[in-house]
Each structure stands twice: as C-alpha cells, then as structure tokens.
Design a protein. Structure first.
Length: 315
C-alpha cells in the first residue's frame, strides 16, 4: 500500500517540478550532438562528528537511518542497507526524498551484495531545511559530509535521477578519487543550460513558482521556490562544468523524456544527452524504451541492469 501511495505522490509532484527543478528542458538548441562513444538501447569538508543512529521510519526494512551533523545546527538523514563494496549511493530528483528508491533498494542489495545508501537532501524527507536559494554545489558538499560521516571514503557508484544530476556532477568533480562510476538517470546535464534555455525556463516556470509562493506549506513547494530563487546564475555556471574524464558514466535517457507530446523539445533533450556522452571517454548512452522521465518507477529493470553493469565494470 505504501509503495502504491508513493507512486501516486511521485506522479503528482513531478509535473509541478518539471519546468525548473526536474528538468532543464531542451527548449533552445543545445548545439549539434556528435555520435556518442558507446550507445545501446534497452527494452526490458571537515569530517563531522560520528553520525547518530535513529529509527528508520521511511527507509527499507533492512536499512538503518543515520542522522548526520551537517553543521549550522542542522542534520541530514542517510539510510544505509549494509553490504560490501562498492557503496551504491542513490540520489532522487527534484522534490523527491529517499523513499523514491524504496522498491529498488532491496533488489540492488540482493543483486550486488553492495552497501546501498539513500539520503534526503536538505529540506526533504527527514533532513533539515536550509534557508535561501538551492545550490547544487552545497548539496554536493552535504553528500560528501554524509558519506565521510559514514566512513565511506572510496569506491562509490553514484546513481542520480533528474535534478540530482547537478549534484552528482559537482560531487564527482570534487571527489573523482571517491567515485568508481556513475549512472545518470534522465538527469539534468550541463549541455542543456544555454542562456536562451534558461530564459525560456524561467518564463515558463513563473506560474508554478508563483503558485508555490502562494502556498509554501509543503516541502515540495518550498524546494521549488528555493530552486527558482537563483536559477539563472546557478545554471549559467553549471553550463560550464564538465564531467571528469577518468570517471566512467552511463546516461539513461527516457524514451518519452520530460517532454512527452513535445517532439522537438524531446529530441533536443535526447540530443543534449548524446552530446554529453560524446564529450568524453568511458561514457555510455542507454535509452529506456517506453519510459517517462520517471524511469526508476517505469523501468526499474533498466536502472537495476545498468547499475549492475557499472558495478561489474568497476571490478
């Protein structure tokens, strides 16, 4: 029952977050996309004090919840399913907390024997909120703080959906020795954020942002407001960021993309992903056939398979 309710909640939240938090939308040309190096299609800071354990209210049954001191009087919730290396870290998209991965965690643990870590970014789930604009670099710092508190200092396979692609990019650039590989699931990629795209997204997202400001009672609405607050300069900077060449990465693109029903924009989204893959070595492009932007729910088999492949490749 809980998972069914979660799926309905995800379907409701994602459209609201679409224009700003969930996607960078390919509404403007992102440049010519070269043929990716490898392409397949699938059908089927200073370390804080030690983390304190807390009851795992929303995490999978075998997971332990650790409340990590992130400084400035705030805590972050990390949920750990014990196992061996590598540590597989799952980061959810805009407006979604760690429960987004509840169905996949036990499957991953059984298939890989790995430690599985999910967490709530600041302001979501059981993690404390941070006032002001959302900043993916600060979010990446939070992730580093949490992993170091858990004594995870090497051999991480990072899995990021949607908005979390921004966090993953900054985290991996700052910690290339820590990340053994990454799987980016229909993720926000730097190639998408041209000045024209940013301006269009701000204009298109204004009604949703204004509606959120009129009702800031929910965490999702507050996160949307925070994402919009510094949107243009934040994404102008992100547009210049590159993925480290020495960290292998698989990019999963949803067949329907976040722009189902808008063929031109959907193609630009796919082209941007292809351009990202073509821009460096050890990058693979996979299409999640039949899936919406919500790939982990629509096609968990593909996400699971690509994580398993990345784990095996890193071995």
């Amino acid at each position: 029952m809980r998972n069914d309710l979660h799926r309905r909640r995800a379907r409701r939240v994602l459209p609201t977050m679409l224009l700003l938090a969930v996607t960078a939308g390919a509404l403007a040309a992102c440049g010519d996309a070269s043929t990716p190096a490898s392409s397949t299609s699938s059908s089927s800071p200073t370390p804080p004090a030690p983390a304190a354990d807390a009851p795992a209210s929303d995490s999978p049954a075998d997971a332990a919840t650790h409340m990590v001191d992130a400084g400035a009087g705030r805590s972050l919730a990390f949920h750990v399913t014990p196992g061996g290396p590598p540590a597989i870290v799952l980061d959810s998209g805009g407006g979604m907390d760690s429960s987004y991965w509840d169905d996949l965690v036990p499957q991953l643990a059984a298939a890989t024997g790995s430690t599985i870590i999910t967490y709530d970014r600041a302001g979501l789930g059981d993690s404390d909120e941070v006032p002001g604009a959302w900043d993916p670099q600060s979010a990446a710092d939070d992730l580093e703080t949490g992993l170091r508190a858990l004594d995870v200092t090497q051999d991480v396979v990072l899995v990021a959906h949607s908005q979390a692609g921004e966090v993953a990019t900054y985290f991996t650039r700052a910690n290339p020795q820590l990340v053994s590989g990454a799987v980016l699931v229909d993720a926000n990629l730097p190639q998408l954020y041209t000045d024209e795209t940013i301006a269009r997204l701000i204009a298109l997202g204004t009604p949703q942002v204004e509606a959120a400001k009129a009702d800031p009672s929910t965490k999702q609405n507050r996160q949307l407001i925070a994402t919009a607050e510094n949107y243009a300069p934040m994404h102008q900077a992100y547009h210049q960021v590159t993925w480290p060449d020495d960290v292998p990465v698989t990019v999963i693109v949803a067949e329907k993309t976040p722009f189902d029903g808008l063929p031109k924009d959907a193609q630009r989204w796919r082209d941007a992903a292809a351009a990202f893959v073509a821009a460096g070595p050890d990058r693979t492009l996979v299409t999640a056939e039949g899936s919406s932007h919500d790939v982990p729910i629509d096609r968990p088999d593909i996400v699971l398979a690509e994580i398993e492949t990345m784990v095996a490749a890193r071995d």
